[in-house]
Design a protein. Structure first.
Length: 391
């Protein structure tokens, strides 16, 4: 079981799940990842990571397991419900919109599926409506990854676009002037995009080549093997506490999550008015944390020279996720520092934040080498089963 730390916004959703007895048989790492994603999406949008090549704390997760038993869809659904409730209330309070208008505006920030052109259009449409934060929330994202890994025509450029969104980069696609009424697709840099999606076992969708593509390395692919499961936490299909659980979630958003969102929004807004520029509240990483992360990055780069295996290539993004997870941990645990009268703020990411993030990241990635090995084995078997071998 993932270690349970002091009660903060980051762990409260997880604790509600456990203590309400509504979703106790979902794996702990799914619930913890859900908590991190919620904070990354709702609160992380107001922050940037100071003096780092990774500038924003936007986390990308894919939950993966056998069908049904691990409650992937249920965890993803409540992730979506919480984020939807927080943003809907935010638009009601800050933009004087009705509940329906607020929800419709929030809906523009959801990315579920589509071609590269379709997703680019969705981001452009959101940008035109003043939206800067987006969430990729596909409950069956395996089909998207399968299209990318097989090189299907409908997925051309999709991995590149998603990678650009991950790094908050701009997008510009030019089209032939021979086409009537052709218009370039463009959105500006700085879009804040997170991901919380799900799929069945990775070998159902991925081939060996995708492990060397940039997109997969940026994702935290959290796989739960059937052998990880236990009947000790099994629950009945019937639950008298279902409505009580929903009320706890509503109270969590109303009394804890949204007020913190409003607080950080106000600080960010005032921070920009003072600077007269579009900036984000800096998260300053303490020197001892920088030193350890640098050692992690150095060790992985050294291993690549000695052995450029799929696993070592995948691990190259480990330091990026370490920084982001540490930053999210700091956002909910550490107070804003600065002088209120001038609205110049910052947050410190401490060694304690790093240790917490490191322990969860280690648990999240414990099956990665197994996954990559299995993908390679499945691909070899598929090749052997073709043509004359099948006869």
């Amino acid at each position: 079981m993932v270690q349970r730390f002091d009660y903060t916004l980051l762990e409260i959703y997880y604790l509600i799940c456990i203590e309400s007895n509504f979703e106790p048989d979902a794996p702990d790492i799914f619930l913890q990842s859900c908590s991190y994603h919620i904070i990354s999406t709702i609160l992380g949008q107001y922050f940037e990571i100071y003096d780092s090549q990774i500038t924003r704390p936007n986390l990308w997760f894919i939950l993966s397991s056998i069908p049904g038993r691990t409650r992937r869809s249920t965890v993803a659904r409540y992730n979506e419900n919480i984020i939807s409730s927080a943003f809907t209330k935010f638009y009601e309070e800050n933009e004087n919109l009705t509940g329906r208008e607020s929800y419709l505006k929030y809906s523009l920030s959801r990315i579920v599926d589509g071609s590269a052109e379709g997703i680019a259009d969705a981001v452009m449409n959101g940008e035109n409506e003043g939206i800067n934060t987006f969430n990729v929330c596909n409950p069956e994202i395996g089909d998207v990854l399968r299209k990318i890994s097989s090189g299907r025509s409908g997925a051309q450029g999709l991995d590149t676009l998603l990678s650009q969104l991950y790094y908050c980069e701009s997008y510009h696609a030019s089209f032939s002037q021979r086409v009537k009424n052709s218009q370039d697709r463009y959105f500006s840099a700085g879009k804040y995009v997170t991901m919380f999606s799900a799929m069945q076992e990775p070998q159902c969708y991925l081939n060996q080549g995708i492990s060397r593509q940039g997109l997969l390395r940026r994702l935290q692919l959290i796989y739960v093997d059937a052998k990880d499961l236990s009947m000790d936490k099994w629950k009945s299909p019937f639950d008298d506490n279902l409505h009580s659980y929903q009320k706890q979630i509503d109270d969590y958003v109303e009394n804890l999550l949204f007020p913190t969102m409003q607080k950080y929004y106000d600080a960010w807004k005032n921070f920009n008015e003072i600077l007269n520029d579009t900036r984000y509240i800096p998260i300053k990483i303490e020197d001892n944390v920088k030193k350890e992360v640098m050692e992690v990055a150095r060790e992985i780069d050294k291993k690549i020279i000695e052995d450029d295996s799929d696993y070592n290539i995948y691990q190259q993004a480990k330091w990026e996720n370490l920084i982001k997870m540490t930053a999210v941990s700091a956002i909910v645990r550490n107070p804003l520092k600065g002088k209120e009268e001038v609205n110049v703020w910052s947050i410190s990411a401490t060694y304690d934040n790093y240790q917490r993030a490191k322990s969860i990241l280690l648990e999240n990635g414990k099956h990665i080498e197994q996954i990559l090995d299995k993908i390679g084995t499945c691909e070899i078997q598929a090749k052997q089963d073709k043509g004359i071998d099948r006869v």
